[in-house]
Design a protein around this ligand. Sequence first.
Ligand SMILES: [Zn+2]
Ligand SMILES: [Zn+2]
Length: 825
Amino acid sequence: MAFVPERPAGTGPVPGAPATSQVAVAVPLPLPTPLTYLVPTALLPRVRAGVRVRVPVGKRRLTGIVSGPVAGEAPGELRAIEAVLDDEPVLGADLLAVGRFLHEYYLVPPGEALQALLPRALPARGTESLRPTLKAAMRRELLSGEEQALVEELLARGKARRGELLAAATDPTALAARLERLESAGFLAARNDAAPGGGRYETAVELAAGDPTELLAAAGRSRPGRAVLELLARLARPATLSEVTGEVGCGPAVVRRLSALGLIRLFQQPVRRELSHHRLSGTAGAPVRLTGEQEQALAEVGEALSARRFETFLLAGVTGSGKSEVYLRAAEATLAMGRGAVILVPEIALVPALARAVRERFGDRLALLHSAMPPAERHQEWERIRSGEAPVVVGPRSAVFAPVPDLGLLVVDEEHDESYKQDQVPRYHARDTGLIRAREAGAVALLVSATPSLESRWNAARGRFRPLALSRRIGTARLPEATVVDLRQEPVPRHPGEVVFSRVLHEELRAALETGGQAILLRNRRGYAPLLLCRACGEEFRCEACGLPRTVHRRERRLRCHYCGAASREPESCPTCGERSLEAIGSGTERVEERLQELFPEIPIGVLDRDEVRRKGGLSSILAAFERGETRILIGTQMVAKGHHFPEVSLTAVLAADSYLSFPDFRAVEKTYAQLVQLAGRAGRGQRPGRFVVQTHHPDHYAIRAALANDDDGFVREELRFRRAFHYPPYTRMIQVLLRDRQRERGHRWMAELAARLEAVRAGEPELRLTGPAPAPFERLRGEWRFQLLLRGPSSARLRDWLRSALPVPWPRGLVVDVDPCHLL
Ligand SMILES: [Zn+2]
Ligand SMILES: [Zn+2]
């Protein structure tokens, strides 16, 4: 075998390895399995699991990732790997295992699974152009005949792309090896002309291979030239051009001359960003002394950490009980052992606040990783993590793939949150994927929530997770006093679209503001109103592509489809019947703001939703204004309920707690409950006692009652009863199969055929349940018809086998397979 995944990087081939061997290479194509390639002898020392390679696929050349060895003789003639792009694996053994998990568990093509683990901006060395150095021009006689010919050709061309040279070669393997040799001997200089992803790059330099004293001798008598070489030898690392010229006090021409002599190597690297703009001003809520419960939780986690034992903890604690203090200290302990920690948060929105707290503790050892970062910055953070320079990583979902070399701790904060499930390929759940990674790395997984998911509670109850509880708020802070407002008892508004502020809520708001407090209001809908209706003819302005009503955005005078983004002008009169009888029905954040401004004209109001975040160019300015007290009321969608710590907030309220309950989705109730508990938890975190008001048409619903009464057990009991009765998780495992097709008939027929095959395969297994095909709850989106099948059964593995045996290969376009779906829309 030419590689051993668990072998430390850079230690070369296994002694006695055969001269050629076969490896599996995952290429970024929707193929069901990796492809098998031969490893040419010259490349043998560099081919390991986790390195990127250039391989021929059909008439193309693609960058793939070596995923593992292939045993035995493959049938037929194999093609060979042409070039190795990385000197060290870009994916460690634990991440390769995660890639396999994504492939096997979520039925994701292996190439797409492994590609998802790498940042897109990671430059391939094959995109570099190669130029002959002055040394090549002057000292060609040192080279072999073949090398000389190559250098002659390059001298004639000036420069050439490595990828193009390899593509044109009759023996790309030999050429790749030759190019590498010439480069490391200083005859060729590589330069990354195309900065991937449009990021900013800067010039950096390093010493050419060879003895520094010989390099010094070759530098001649130029004093600045010698100083540059001495500096680089002393640093024993690459340095940026400006760093070198600044330190030595010379111009860039000196450095370029050394490069032309082949004594140093110039290359491009992503500009190092100062990441301070990720910080958010504000107060940290960290207490100095731990409570007894915190001590206890930390001790149990610490014991598993020092035993280097994979174990999953479920830390359930009421809001404000200091859960983050526990995991931050666990991270400190992890670092003290020389290992790394990854802290996942559900949304990018939550990263800045946490990043500040983490930075206070860990300083430059912190890396942030999220998809909203410019690619070059993301790449920089990725490299810092991989090199071990930044052993603490904070980020959303995708940070579960952070290349931390020796992962010791994985924290999943707000583990119940749906945003941990990615809703495009690969459709993975970051919590579940994280458990696989932690297992492979021998790490501790710490799942944290005030309202754990039913699945995690289930696992804890069955001994798979170890439960840890924080039952009390820290210090003098108490859980807020809750009031429910039965909207059925309120006077009917004059207009159907009017925002309802019940008398109780109005009074509570007035009282909070008069005593100098702040308030947070949740309205889980953006825009002005979810529907524009013609009172005369019933026109509803549905989106042509999606069949759903468009949302009124009055500030911009537009009707916007929230599913596909299509927009049109908001008309003054009905285009269908011509009457001026259009009415906005229902309310979104924009309308709530308008109404609130009427009620409290003097009070500055902030709005937090996706539209406002875009308009204001970021979330931090909205949150910072509220934190400084410049805005007194914050209205928002679910973003306002999550994780924030504002000590002056004395009132939180939900304007319509029923908005989720009516959703045709099995998680609607759990989501409603979690959101109510979270929002209540934003109030009364400082000195002020907190109040929490819930407006609802269903005051007797168990989710609402339990949230108001802090009756967590009561909620779980009722919800489990519902899940069991209707065969939903955690009582059963699910796979959703969805087909999108522009032609309704064709789509339906295909799904009916799949259902028939599934029925045939299932024969005799009554525990495997099949529902559908049926139109999806959103039957038509973005111009496509959507049909779904639901597979349910006691074990995920059996469901996957069942589905695999019935699905044709390749899958049709528009087929979506979602294992453990978070919702069924
Ligand atoms: Zn009309
Ligand atoms: Zn649409």
